[in-house]
Design a protein around this ligand. Structure first.
Ligand code: GLP
Length: 268
């Protein structure tokens, strides 16, 4: 796992957007795994700006979102398909047929989940998977105690997730869908590269458990420690509970890949 700590959330978002743009510039037919959530809104806003300024062509890119609420159609304003349209798909020249989000109103959610997994394989797998981290340690909607080998499937959301996301449903817990379709942690681990983005002091404790704690189904994000090419971008607030921050800062200054990602600025 490689880690970059940025001074603030805006710089984390800028770096994540640049890495996404670089991925598509380098391989225009990239398969991107995309995430939703408040953290990603800033990333997508900056990416849209970069795409417009530099004329990056997204028409050959294929995307697979991590998850979708069961019961919300693509038109529902809280569905992740709607989120993606509002924050990214509607602003960058994606080919609509190449953007994939699980169908939350499929007649049979389990069949939809299995088909989604098959579509990822058919596309050749995911080149770069974006990830956020839930306050309870979930990735996608893989809640604590999910099998770390799980595949795309229907899950029941944790109470902590309903509470975390209730704000988007008028603060009413009972309006948050109880179930979702999510890529599994096993599916996520098969992406060739992972890019996790976490900001804010509210995530500091879970960031420390995911990065430094034992790999455990109690913290699904900790499974990233098993991935051979995983980069984590944090702001200072999210990194504030890490015991290894000196070691991380050392790597940031001396690891050639991390120095290059940061824009070649080495401090010694
Ligand atoms: C949501 C999504 C996750 C996301 C996480 C963090 O529930 N299913 O994929 O990473 O929660 O969201 P936020 O960035 O709003 O904290």
């Amino acid at each position: 796992m490689k880690i970059i700590i940025c001074p603030d959330a805006a710089r984390v978002a800028g770096l994540a957007a640049r890495l996404l743009a670089d991925q598509v510039r380098g391989r225009p037919e990239s398969v991107l795994g995309l995430a939703t959530g408040r953290t990603m809104e800033a990333v997508y806003r900056l990416l849209v700006g970069m795409v417009r300024a530099d004329g990056i062509d997204f028409s050959a890119v294929t995307t697979f979102n991590l998850d979708e609420y069961v019961g919300l159609s693509a038109d529902h304003v809280q569905s992740y398909r709607h989120y993606m349209r509002a924050h990214l798909f509607g602003h960058v020249g994606f080919a609509p047929s190449r953007t994939h989000v699980p169908d939350g109103v499929a007649a049979d959610a389990a069949v939809e989940a299995a088909g989604y997994e098959a579509r990822i394989a058919l596309a050749g797998g995911i080149d770069l998977q974006m990830l956020g981290l839930g306050e309870n340690g979930h990735i996608g909607f893989n809640e604590p105690l999910s099998s770390l080998a799980s595949r795309t499937r229907v899950v029941t959301l944790a109470r902590a997730t309903l509470e975390q996301n209730a704000g988007m449903f008028g603060g009413d817990l009972s309006r948050v869908p109880a179930r979702a379709i999510t890529m599994g942690t096993g599916t996520i681990l098969e992406a060739r590269k992972l890019l996790m983005v976490v900001t804010g002091a509210r995530k500091a404790a879970i960031v420390a458990r995911a990065i430094e704690g034992p790999v455990s189904a109690a913290v699904p994000g900790s499974v990233l420690q098993f991935h051979a090419d995983c980069l984590v971008l944090l702001d200072r607030a999210a990194a504030s509970s890490l015991a290894q921050s000196e070691a991380i800062e050392w790597q940031m200054r001396h690891d050639a890949e991390l120095v290059a990602i940061q824009g070649g600025v080495s401090e010694d």
